[in-house]
Design a protein around this ligand. Structure first.
Ligand SMILES: Cc1ncc(COP(=O)(O)O)c(C=O)c1O
Length: 379
């Protein structure tokens, strides 16, 4: 089996033991929006899912045209450039099948979303991290990225806004990435699932690469309902094809999609109505993200040895603390005090100096969790 099912990590183990003892944990890592206390328009969602056309099975590899038109209108692309899948994660799997052979490599500027290692391993691929560097903001190390290209490299995967750093690509980084990929014949995969959640974008931040016209390299932009409409349970993601050779690439990707036909009719047919509901849901999440950042800043004033990094966008914040203790030891200590956080090394950050918190956390838990955790973070 390509995916090693290792032992649960020490934190998961301790958390399970504490839960078994009946301990209440203040969870500052919550990433499931349906558990975050938002006010969902349940009747409208259920009505959207009850589209009369669901009764007829119409196997369409890219998804029904009405859904692709709605996604195309959202992103300003033609419906022909849209391929639906049952999640963004599934879209990654399809793209890896399209672009690679087992043994090939993918370059991933890190820190980044840890799922890539597993998704790559499932296709027999190696995801190679290329560390980004931090000054006043995170910068892609474009020189290191190009130097890391080998004969087996097939694609670069960038997440913007990034999970967990929140960093957005700048226009000049996007142009340089496109240039490297075009010259080195690499595909560019851009994950924009968090692009609706811009919090503190820098002056040069690119809210979406789709604004920049057609890129010179074969490009795939990914997003989906999980973040756009806070509805991960409906299992709809999409891939937008940009750049050269569109018709041939679309045909090849559709052929892969056709083997699965994985998007369910109720979810696909509901997509236009669900996307119309999305802005009101996003507004609730944005209010939460901003309020939690403000609360964090207020509390950090009492702990001058702690700070946080700017959050250009997304649902996470990086807490910085003196790099004198391993992050796992700190996270275990906080867990024993009833607070769950992610150690930075889960996301390829250095193993000292960073904790990752979810800004989606409900406000009461956030306040109480910070009040309990921050005084325990050394000085
Ligand atoms: C950067 C990023 N991409 C993709 C996903 C997965 O989205 P989906 O539910 O569509 O598979 C996540 C989920 O957290 C994510 O953080």
């Amino acid at each position: 089996m390509r995916l090693q099912n290792g032992q649960p990590n020490a934190l998961a183990h301790r958390r399970a033991a504490l839960s078994a003892e009946g301990a209440t944990i203040l969870d500052l890592t919550l990433s499931n929006p349906t558990r975050a206390g938002f006010d969902y328009p349940t009747a409208a969602i259920l009505e959207a899912l009850a589209h009369p056309a669901v009764i007829t099975y119409l196997p369409e590899a890219a998804g029904p045209r009405s859904a692709r038109e709605a996604v195309g209108a959202l992103h300003g692309v033609e419906p022909e450039a849209v391929i639906l899948s049952a999640s963004t994660s599934e879209a990654y799997g399809w793209l890896f099948k399209l672009l690679t052979e087992p043994g090939d490599e993918l370059l991933v500027p890190s820190p980044s979303y840890p799922l890539f290692d597993h998704l790559a391993a499932l296709e027999g691929l190696k995801a190679r991290p290329v560390p980004s560097f931090l000054t006043d903001r995170w910068h892609l190390d474009l020189g290191a990225l190009e130097a890391a290209v080998t004969a087996r490299t097939r694609a670069v995967i960038v997440v913007s806004p990034n999970n967990p750093t929140g960093a957005c690509l700048e226009g000049s980084e996007w142009a340089a990435l496109c240039d490297i990929c075009a010259r080195r014949n690499l595909a560019l995969i851009l994950d924009e699932v968090f692009s609706d959640y811009l919090l503190e974008p820098g002056p040069e931040a690119l809210p979406t690469a789709l604004a920049g016209g057609s890129p010179p390299c074969e490009t795939y932009v990914l997003s989906g309902l999980s973040k756009v409409a806070l509805l991960p349970q409906l299992k709809v993601g999409w891939t937008l094809l940009l750049g050269p050779n569109l018709a041939a690439r679309r045909e090849a990707l559709e052929l892969i999609a056709d083997q699965y036909l994985s998007v369910s009719a109720p979810a696909a047919l509901a997509l236009p109505a669900l996307l119309a509901l999305a802005p009101a849901l996003q507004a609730q999440a944005l209010d939460r993200l901003k309020a939690n950042l403000t609360e964090l800043d207020r509390r950090l004033k009492d702990h001058p040895h702690l700070s946080r990094l700017p959050v250009e966008g997304g649902w996470s914040v990086l807490l910085r603390l003196p790099a004198i203790e391993e992050d796992e030891a700190i996270a275990l200590r906080l867990l024993d005090a009833g607070v769950a956080v992610h150690p930075g090394h889960f996301f390829d950050l250095p193993s000292r100096g960073y904790l990752v918190l979810s800004l989606l956390t409900p406000p009461g838990t956030w306040r109480e969790g910070l009040a309990r955790a921050l005084p325990l973070l050394g000085s």
